[in-house]
Design a protein around this ligand. Structure first.
Ligand code: GLA
Length: 732
């Protein structure tokens, strides 16, 4: 049993953690503990100070020590005298904002129920659900707090549902998915922040008194802040110390606030961004939030990452794509941009097939009159003139070369220069009487409109039914800057941002169910919508438009804290790199892209015979190793700021390991770089069965302990831009 209730105390246990809270004398849910399993009732730690200027709830009478402003709680709301950041706010018809949720009862069940219309952690791993029933008796509003406990994964999934049982209209002004209160401790906050082509750069900052906001108001989870963060002890490292993760399964505007209060206590609130949210709850109506995944590790970031990788691989991505090695693709975008025809694409496929590549992905420019980025989005009809025949005919030419076929599409967009815009200008999100705010010359379609959803389903369904397409790259290339939909009345306009997300998820659900064999890759100007919400439908996402291998090591490093490599699409592109101008060796580019769903994105016909030979070899290595890459455990061997970047994969049975990395800089008159491996069986013996360089470790049989504690010496030869790979096998 992972859920227990004893004398007012609820205890949730997972393999390595314990989460505890209680209901107190005023029926408020007081948070007690999240951390290692102490096997104890932790309520002895609750402190009752009289803190000046902290208000007390009405029921406490003249007891100055009972203030919710100073207590750790499960779901603090606005209206109880807790003047810190809160999770929930409700407005009544008289204009008052006040909410007070007290414990009413609970229920527990095996498994879990889906969250209607939203992504969630599927019950693919064993789980149990605790539902806490809360009630505001003045408003006649009920709330249910859900805790889904995934014992083996060390994950607790939380969300809340509000139900209006009154006879008046209530307005939900804020509905955070979860709040996590932690006792007073010095902690660091780690975010994964950035911008286009520089996504998920790890930033570690000290938490001081005050509030930090990690958020997106862009209608996507965004390049700028990822909806996942870590709270870590000051001395927590990759393998030591405590840390907490919070990850939101939502792909739209979100807010994560972290406050260190004047007493040094820490509160984290995460959910839909309240600035772009409101929900009208008519009598009898309810609202359910997206889900937040909590995890705790007492063994540093590595364990925390493994917990989240396990969650995504087991419970988030569709079951049919779980841990399945992916095809090697060639994408024509950086090879041709808009300048191609059917013959050029068939020629690229021919070159790629000869190198062992499995699939050609035809990127932007195959539809309507699209020949540059200002036209035709929305006109999802094949440009047969450009392709020199029908799409199916082109696919057959590609199939004849032994390759599969994938197609790019950007369903959520509309160009002003398009047939669709002429027919339906009202389908573009814009504010009446104001000019539209353009970005990359394009506008956003109003996905809160069921007619728009229907049009997009019909178009995509037709493309997928009429053509043999194995893979779709679903792009989304601009933020949303204007929120108004003629489909909704004035008092529901603040619902439109979330209704857009519900429309998007409904469309994704419908199209992926109608075509279960098709692998959908997500994309948003690269990694602008890289989140657990999208991974529920798209098992992989184009990690960044930045294909420069050096920049990619940092981007993939940051991404790996919450997301498994199977989710990261990564390609080898041409040099000088189109985004940074940097020249890196083909081996560096190959090594970096292999830590993901691997592919190429360059004009193969421009490569030398030697380069083609190297690519054939890379593809061969990748195909041999991809079961290990997709099914093994991923370890970071170096940090983000070193002059080298190494990582490795170890099979679950620890029989096989693949170490890879790049040395950016080698100082003269220095010892060789040494890399300590991880995740091996310390008592087993390992033999190197494949190496791209010379090292004593390549020729000797060494114990797992030696390789992990002593490590491997890397290549002697000095230089910059050296990729290295080693494959080890356990000696039986
Ligand atoms: C975005 C994507 C690219 C490519 C272009 C096409 O920028 O991230 O990979 O598909 O759009 O317009």
């Amino acid at each position: 049993m992972s859920i227990a209730f004893d004398q007012g105390v609820f205890t949730l246990t997972t393999k390595n953690t314990m989460y505890q809270f209680m209901t107190d004398r005023y029926h408020v849910l007081i948070h007690l503990w999240y951390g290692k399993n102490t096997h104890c009732d932790m309520s002895y730690l609750v402190d009752y100070p009289d803190v000046a200027f902290s208000p007390s709830v009405f029921d406490a009478g003249r007891d100055r020590t009972y203030s919710l402003d100073t207590r750790l709680q499960e779901y603090p709301v606005q209206g109880t005298g807790d003047l810190r950041i809160v999770g929930g706010k409700v407005k009544t018809p008289d204009g008052c904002s006040s909410l007070d949720l007290r414990f009413e009862g609970f229920s527990a069940e095996k498994g879990r129920a889906p969250i209607e219309g939203l992504p969630y952690a599927r019950a693919e791993a064993e789980c149990e659900t605790l539902i806490i029933h809360l009630r505001d008796s003045v408003l006649d509003l009920n709330a249910k707090l859900y805790y889904v406990v995934f014992e083996e994964l060390d994950i607790i999934a939380r969300h809340i549902r509000f139900e209006n049982s009154s006879d008046q209209t209530l307005i939900l002004e804020q509905a955070a998915s979860a709040v996590l209160d932690l006792p007073n401790e010095d902690m660091d906050l780690i975010s994964f922040s950035g911008r286009h082509a520089q996504e998920r750069q790890l930033i570690r900052r000290s938490l001081e008194q005050g509030t930090v906001s990690l958020d997106s108001k862009r209608g996507t989870s965004s390049h700028q802040q990822n909806p996942a963060f870590i709270l870590a002890g000051k001395d927590t490292t990759e393998t030591c110390g405590s840390c907490y993760g919070m990850m939101l399964a939502y792909s739209g505007s979100f807010q994560a606030l972290v406050e260190k209060d004047p007493l040094g206590q820490i509160r984290a609130v995460m959910g839909i961004h309240p600035d772009l949210f409101e929900w009208v709850l008519e009598p009898g109506q309810s609202f359910e939030t997206p889900e937040v995944f909590l995890s705790f590790s007492s063994r540093g970031f590595e364990q925390l990452s493994h917990n989240y990788h396990g969650l995504i691989n087991t419970c988030i991505v569709p079951a049919r794509f779980q841990n399945t090695p992916r095809d090697v693709v060639i994408n024509n975008w950086e090879a041709t941009y808009f300048d191609f025809d059917g013959d050029k694409i068939a020629a690229i496929a021919g070159e790629a097939a000869a190198l062992g590549i499995d699939m050609l992905v035809l990127d932007d420019g195959w539809f309507g009159s699209r020949n540059n980025d200002s036209q035709a989005l929305g006109d999802w009809f094949v440009n047969e003139e450009k392709l020199g025949g029908s799409l199916q005919q082109l696919i057959e030419r590609i199939h004849a070369k032994g390759m599969k076929f994938g197609l790019w599409i950007e369903p959520e967009m509309i160009s002003e220069e398009s047939r669709l815009y002429q027919e339906h200008p009202e389908w573009a999100l814009s504010i009446p009487a104001r000019g539209c705010i353009r970005c990359r010359y394009q506008l956003n379609l109003d996905l809160s409109n069921p007619d728009v959803q229907e049009y997009l389903f019909e178009r995509m369904d037709a493309l997928l039914s009429e053509n043999e397409i194995d893979y779709i790259k679903w792009d989304m290339n601009r933020p949303i800057a204007q929120w108004y939909s003629p489909c909704w009345p004035a008092d529901r306009q603040k619902e439109v941002p979330h209704r857009y997300m519900l429309g998007l998820y409904a469309l994704l659900n419908r199209i992926t169910q109608a075509h279960p064999g098709v692998l959908f890759e997500g994309c948003s100007g690269g990694g602008g919508r890289f989140d657990a919400g999208m991974l529920f439908y798209h098992p992989q996402i184009w990690t960044s438009d930045n294909t420069d291998a050096h920049d990619r090591t940092r981007i993939q490093y940051g991404t790996s804290f919450f997301y498994p490599v199977s989710a990261m699409s990564a390609h080898v592109s041409a040099v000088p790199n189109h985004q940074t101008g940097r020249v890196t060796s083909l081996s560096t580019r190959g090594a970096v892209a292999m830590a993901g769903s691997f592919g190429y994105e360059l004009d193969l016909s421009k490569l030398s015979g030697e380069e083609k030979r190297e690519i054939r070899e890379q593809v061969g290595w990748y195909k041999q190793l991809r079961p290990l890459i997709f099914q093994g455990d991923y370890y970071r061997l170096t940090g983000a700021d070193e002059n080298r970047s190494f990582w490795m994969f170890v099979s679950k049975d620890k029989r096989k390991a693949f170490v890879e990395g790049v040395v950016y800089e080698h100082k003269p008159t220095a010892l060789r770089h040494r890399i300590r491996l991880k995740g091996l069986d310390p008592d087993a013996w390992y033999r190197c069965i494949g190496a791209s360089f010379e090292s004593p470790a390549v020729h000797q049989i060494l114990s797992g302990e030696a390789l992990m504690s002593g490590g491997c010496l890397l290549d002697y030869s000095w230089g910059y831009d050296k990729a290295m790979a080693l494959v080890f096998e356990k000696v039986e």
